[in-house]
Write a new protein. Structure first.
Length: 579
């Protein structure tokens, strides 16, 4: 994926500056044209942006070395800090090459000799709530010291003299096919962002590669020194933007921007759903991007380009290393169509007892899927997101892929849903609607993959689920709510051996039916039994596989929802077929 990131950086003119990194400056030491201290310019937290600043890379971690101009407050003004002397030293070297750097160093010399001045400056910084690890820069006669033309040439020479730099060899770039100077191991640029910690190197020197560089197969892949800087700049830009990077998913997203296109991925499914408060979810729905709203309401979006977007997984498995994988790309038109398909495939009808009517429920929050499938102990953990990561791992990204691509969801989500729903039934707990939606999505997309969407016939397992719901309703009408009902006792058993346990349920239903006094209710219930058994045929299955168990659960849920209306004329009940 380096190739796409390189192309993105070049196309969007994300300038690569040698020996630089992005830093968020908290305050400027303001000097006049002669280098005399004027005051401190504090940058409001809401207005701080990451900008290009000089950086000496791995050399900064050796000995007492520090970066020039822009550094942490404690390195500049704390004489007891071991890197303070290193910062003084590199600024002294820079003062010999550039007038602006010379004025900064002149100020430093004054401060070093005037203890009261350094006390006053530290007091001002304390009053402004500038922390010891916040970055400080210098502004000389209204010109920022980190401006690119001030330090680039000098710093390159400085690093050549002071590091173990070895001249790179000429190679053929795997990114462009051009003859370039290979990136050196000793000067490999580091991507620095919150996601990379102390930094992650961009290296590729005749190393085996599969797809990281846009190549197929296990072949050697190499990148040039300048190309590595472009990749570094592109990654730092993307990782530092909340519109492009989701830390919980380790997701890096970017798009080709021919027009001013809003980011739709972060604003759609990657919402942090820490609770199931319905009003909160409704409010979040209102905040979704325009395309998502169009997909929900069925409106035609005003602007639907074919411009491509990309996303991939970005992780830093160990210190200094980065790993990019699971590339996915599509167009915004594809995204719109596939999101619409996701809502159709996940739609489930709910019976609203207050309104005496049905309403639809669709899945718009990907976190609700994870939380629905987690156990109570996992959800009550002090860090449920770590539990989520341990349970689902890389399949989180695979699920996201299926949403955006319109393809099948990972099978493990379906298997989890089967077990979770059955366990909640037999333990008498409330069943999560998201579990039914996951089962329905998997079965709908399985039928679509097998080209069976033209089939209107319900399966035997689905009809068995309907019949089970009818037996449950008969007992409920006859006896009311019991401590242990037929559902809790037999729900798991009939999935394992329908041929054995359904006849027992039939016998129980005869006993329960005798307790019902209203003749019209008996007629209605017998009609329901007759319709379900006609679909099943002359015999029950001996056992059910995982697919049939899902069909059974979906049939049970849909029929139970219908029966809650207490009507023999319920139309448009959600079936296992395309909407």
């Amino acid at each position: 994926m380096y190739k796409e990131i390189y192309d993105y950086a070049v196309k969007n003119n994300i300038v690569s500056v040698p020996n630089s990194t992005l830093k968020e400056i908290a305050a400027y030491i303001n000097l006049d044209a002669n280098g005399t201290f004027i005051g401190i310019d504090v940058i409001d937290k809401n207005n701080r942006k990451k900008i290009i600043c000089p950086d000496i890379g791995s050399l900064a971690f050796a000995g007492n070395n520090a970066n020039p101009i822009v550094e942490k407050r404690l390195f500049i003004f704390d004489k007891n800090e071991k890197k303070h002397s290193g910062w003084i030293s590199i600024m002294k070297d820079g003062s010999k090459h550039n007038a602006i750097l010379a004025k900064i160093y002149s100020f430093i010399e004054t401060v070093e000799k005037n203890n009261q001045l350094i006390v006053d400056i530290n007091q001002k910084l304390d009053d402004a709530k500038i922390k010891p690890k916040d970055f400080i820069s210098f502004r000389i006669a209204d010109k920022n010291g980190e401006d690119q033309d001030v330090w680039t040439n000098w710093l390159s020479e400085y690093l050549t003299k002071n590091s173990n730099y070895v001249d790179s060899i000429k190679i053929v770039s795997s990114l462009t096919g051009n003859s370039v100077e290979s990136v050196s191991v000793t000067k490999a640029p580091q991507v620095k962002a919150s996601a990379t910690g102390t930094g992650a190197y961009v290296t590729a020197i005749a190393a085996p590669s599969f797809e990281s560089y846009g190549l197929a197969g296990n072949i050697g892949a190499s990148i040039g020194a300048e190309e590595a800087l472009d990749i570094k700049s592109g990654l730092e830009f993307l990782l530092s933007s909340k519109e492009h990077f989701d830390s919980r998913f380790s997701l890096l997203h970017w798009y080709e921007n021919e027009e001013d296109i809003e980011d739709l991925i972060t604003e759609s499914l990657l919402l942090k759903d820490d609770d199931n408060d319905e009003d909160d979810l409704i409010e979040k729905d209102r905040e979704l991007g325009h395309l998502l709203q169009c997909a929900i309401t069925g409106e035609k979006p005003a602007f639907l380009p074919d411009t491509s977007y990309f996303f991939c997984q970005f992780i830093v498995p160990t210190k200094g290393r980065q790993f990019i994988s699971n590339k996915y790309t599509g167009t915004y038109k594809d995204l719109y169509n596939n999101l619409s398909l996701w809502y159709r495939d996940s739609s489930i009808k709910l019976y609203d007892n207050k309104l005496k009517a049905f309403s639809y429920k669709i899945l718009t929050n990907i976190y609700s899927i994870f939380f629905a499938l987690m156990s109570d102990s996992e959800l009550s953990s002090s860090d449920k997101y770590k539990k989520l990561e341990a349970k689902f791992g890389n399949t989180k990204i695979e699920l996201l892929n299926s949403i955006y691509s319109g393809n099948q969801i990972p099978r493990n989500f379906y298997v989890y849903a089967l077990a979770k729903y059955t366990n909640s039934i037999i333990s008498g707990k409330k069943q999560s609607i998201q579990i039914i939606q996951i089962i329905k999505i998997y079965l709908i997309r399985l039928k679509r993959e097998e080209n069976r969407m033209d089939s209107e016939k319900e399966t035997t397992a689905y009809a068995c689920g309907e019949l089970f719901a009818i037996y449950e309703r008969i007992q409920n009408i006859a006896s009311g709510n019991l401590n242990v009902n037929v559902t809790e006792k037999y729900f798991s058993a009939v999935q394992k051996a329908p041929q054995i346990f359904f006849p027992k349920l039939a016998d129980l239903s005869i006993v329960h039916m005798k307790k019902i006094n209203k003749e019209s209710t008996k007629i209605w219930l017998n009609k329901q039994i007759g319709e379900a058994t006609e679909k099943i045929g002359t015999s029950f299955p001996q056992k059910m596989n995982d697919i049939e168990k899902g069909e059974f659960i979906l049939g049970y849920y849909n029929k139970k929802t219908e029966l809650f209306s207490k009507s023999d004329n319920v139309n448009n009940v959600l079936e296992l077929k395309e909407d």
